[in-house]
Design a protein around this ligand. Structure first.
Ligand SMILES: Nc1ncnc2c1ncn2[C@@H]1O[C@H](COP(=O)(O)OP(=O)(O)OP(=O)(O)O)[C@@H](O)[C@H]1O
Length: 265
């Protein structure tokens, strides 16, 4: 079956919220750590939208605010001013318990460490968050994810019986299974060799394309960024540039230009 046919055969994960709707948004988002001499403005009035069915890479020098932006958008860190939205929900309006529920139901996470439980099989790891939430995974959707991620023959394996790339794909499947509004990935290929990394990025790209997922990925790697639909460049807590349909060379050139500017200013 072609990829587009696969996408059409499945019900949309968020009926009434098609590709292009806003999955997450920050408006005038600022984040300040510390005070007085230790004060750091990690984010300075950032406004950005992440649209459904779009794969965004966030790049920028060390300390530019990439992780902070992701953590604030995902409701993992408080914000100093501005507002953040996941789907239709303003994060600032939620209490702790509601925020925990929103993260569980609407946000998927993929980190550099796979965070799989060693005693559970791949399938059990994939469905664990939904089991904890007392929800039943949609079997058709689960089947589509497992096929897309090439995990069909590995579901009964424990993490120790899987390669690093396969473990990371299990982590991606786990993030996709609850049909989150948005998936945040922090250097998801950081621990993988280049072939497994390329494979994983291909699968992320495919989940956006065929499964209409929304992915925001922090990376330092121009090749990884080239799998995204757009790249946002952060510097000193601000979005300073955006590139659509990036190639690794174009991303690298843009980063070099920033470095050169940094040295002369
Ligand atoms: N918990 C914290 N307390 C104080 N300062 C912090 C904290 N977390 C981050 N910062 C500061 O905020 C700024 C942005 O950090 P952040 O981790 O978002 O950058 P980054 O772009 O993700 O960096 P890297 O590429 O090195 O991971 C940095 O100056 C950092 O030192």
């Amino acid at each position: 079956m072609s990829h587009s046919a696969a996408a059409h055969a499945l019900p949309h994960p968020h009926p009434g919220h098609g590709r292009g709707a806003v999955a997450a948004r920050a408006t005038g988002l600022s984040k300040v750590y510390g005070q007085g001499e230790t004060r750091v403005a990690a984010l300075d009035a950032v406004s950005v939208e992440f649209r459904r069915g779009e794969f965004t890479a966030i790049m920028g020098p060390s300390g530019s605010g990439k992780s902070t932006l992701m953590h604030c958008m995902a409701g993992l860190d408080s914000i100093s001013s501005g507002s953040t939205l996941i789907g239709d929900t303003e994060l600032g309006s939620l209490g702790d318990r509601q925020l925990t529920r929103l993260r569980r139901d609407k946000v998927g996470f993929v980190f550099q460490a796979f965070n799989l439980l060693p005693t559970l099989t791949a399938l059990e790891n994939i469905t664990l968050p939904m089991d904890i939430a007392g929800r039943k995974p949609d079997q058709e959707w689960l089947g589509q994810i497992v096929t897309t991620l090439g995990l069909s023959g590995r579901l009964a394996h424990r993490p120790s019986q899987l390669s690093g790339g396969q473990q990371q794909r299990v982590a991606v499947a786990r993030a996709l299974t609850s049909k989150p509004e948005i998936i945040f990935a922090d250097e998801p290929t950081g621990n993988l060799d280049s072939r497994s990394g390329a494979e994983l990025l291909g699968f992320l790209h495919e989940s956006v394309r065929a499964l209409e997922q929304t992915i925001v990925m922090v990376t330092h790697d121009p090749v990884a960024a080239s799998y995204a639909d757009r790249v946002l460049f952060l510097a000193d807590g601000r979005i300073v540039d955006e590139m659509r349909e990036p190639t690794a060379d174009a991303v690298l050139d843009r980063m070099k230009a920033f470095d050169a500017k940094g040295r002369t200013s």
